[in-house]
Ligand binder design. Structure first.
Ligand code: ZN
Length: 412
């Protein structure tokens, strides 16, 4: 089902979009995107060259803080967990703020060659689209509003958030919505993630991630032969876990993404470990699969005594929760959904509702209105060193962001 063609968007919202696009300042803001594309590309290349591994976003945050200052935003700050925040004040101080956010971290570990470069029309490099495109979307929106002097009713809160990817576990968004002084000032949230404009994430995919560690006495492969081997135990646990039956509906996935352990071919390892990712929209299915993982590890470990015959230690196992993202869904009657549908209908953009794990998981799980959308252009190879971004027609995506934010904030 295409969002823009589903049963008509409420007339009031459609009328508001039609009114907005006729305003001279809004037209000027929309025009800004096309005429400033070279500047947007420069920003994107520049930000992508600054490494931002999980838990190492500091230098990129500092870059974004400087850009926010240059763009004349207010209250520019880096908070205690590393998020970069900046406000654009609205005329009505009693109205809740519209949050517009993009994650600034990448999946790439520190020291990874990001190899940012141009190849023809494409910008290439690790993280160039995810989330170079989203970060540039924040800057483009702030710049266009400033240049066109658009007068908003509600204020905007721009947020470059940390820890969206992997083990970051949405810590930046969690902090903003659960702990920060902004948490009660925010109304709807628009998340900018990647490029694509053919989807609207309205459903938050939940996930749980585990570090499983098996430990044993270790020893020499010949003289200590017979001592329990953690790699063997881990392998048996994986074999058991992978036989767990999974339903087709609701969809659930399980992935053993990393295994580690051992020191040399002629040593019995002292430890072995794996990282497991479980995802579903169903809380119950995730619970069931977590139990299956725990049972598989316990049963594999139980094949060996806790204490080996010679008195040295036997096998022990530990399962640590290293990530937990809540599953949630946007209320089908939410105003933010009516707005994006009306904007898509106006722009002739066909977008389908989508379920994914994004920054929107946190506000959605708290019952707040939030969507995650792309910031325009196209991209591919996300989370690989072959990632690319093509800015052709980026302005369509940015107009979509602009009109959505304006309709949510109100224009005087
Ligand atoms: Zn992303």
């Amino acid at each position: 089902m295409a969002l823009s063609t589903s049963i008509g968007a409420p007339t009031a919202v459609q009328q508001e979009i039609a009114r907005l696009v006729c305003l001279r300042d809004v037209q000027a803001a929309m025009e800004w995107f096309r005429s400033h594309e070279p500047e947007l590309r420069d920003w994107q290349m520049e930000v992508a060259t600054i490494p931002a591994p999980p838990f190492g976003e500091g230098p990129r945050a500092e870059w974004l803080r400087s850009r926010f200052c240059e763009l004349g935003l207010e209250d520019v700050q880096v908070d205690s967990v590393g998020n970069v925040l900046a406000a654009r004040l609205g005329a009505d101080r009693n109205q809740k703020l519209v949050a517009v956010t993009a994650h600034i971290d990448t999946v790439f570990a520190g020291g990874t060659p990001l190899n940012v470069r141009r190849e023809g029309d494409r910008l290439c490099g690790a993280g160039i689209s995810d989330n170079g495109a989203g970060i540039v979307g924040l800057l483009a929106l702030a710049s266009a509003l400033r240049s066109a002097k658009v007068r908003l009713s509600a204020g905007l809160l721009f947020i470059g958030n940390v820890g969206e990817e992997g083990e970051g576990d949405l810590r930046g968004m969690r902090h903003i919505f659960c702990e920060s002084s902004w948490k009660d000032c925010i109304g709807p949230t628009v998340v900018l993630d990647g490029a694509a404009i053919d989807t609207v994430v309205t459903q938050a995919l939940g996930s749980r991630r585990f570090q499983v560690t098996i430990q044993g006495p270790g020893g020499h492969s010949w003289s200590d032969f017979g001592a329990p081997n953690p790699i063997v135990v881990l392998s048996r646990a994986i074999a058991r876990f992978s036989r767990t039956e999974l339903p087709a509906e609701p969809k659930i996935s399980a992935n053993v993404g990393v295994i580690s352990g051992g020191t040399s071919v002629n040593s019995i390892p002292e430890s072995a470990g794996m990282r497991v990712d479980i995802r579903s929209a169903s809380h119950e299915e995730m619970e069931r699969l977590e139990r299956a993982l725990r049972e598989a590890v316990a049963e594999a470990a139980a094949e060996y005594p806790k204490r080996a015959r010679n008195g040295c230690k036997g096998i022990s196992s530990e399962i640590q929760l290293i990530g937990c993202r809540p599953a949630a869904e946007l209320d089908p009657n939410a105003r933010i959904l009516q707005v994006i549908r009306a904007v898509d209908a106006h722009l002739g953009n066909h977008a389908r509702p989508h379920r994914a794990s994004t920054d929107a998981n946190i506000p959605l799980s708290l019952g707040r209105e939030a969507i995650s959308i792309g910031a325009g252009g196209s991209g591919g190879g996300a989370h690989t060193l072959q990632e690319w971004y093509n800015p052709a027609e980026r302005d369509l995506g940015l107009k979509r962001v602009l009109l959505t934010v304006l309709a949510l904030a109100g224009v005087k």
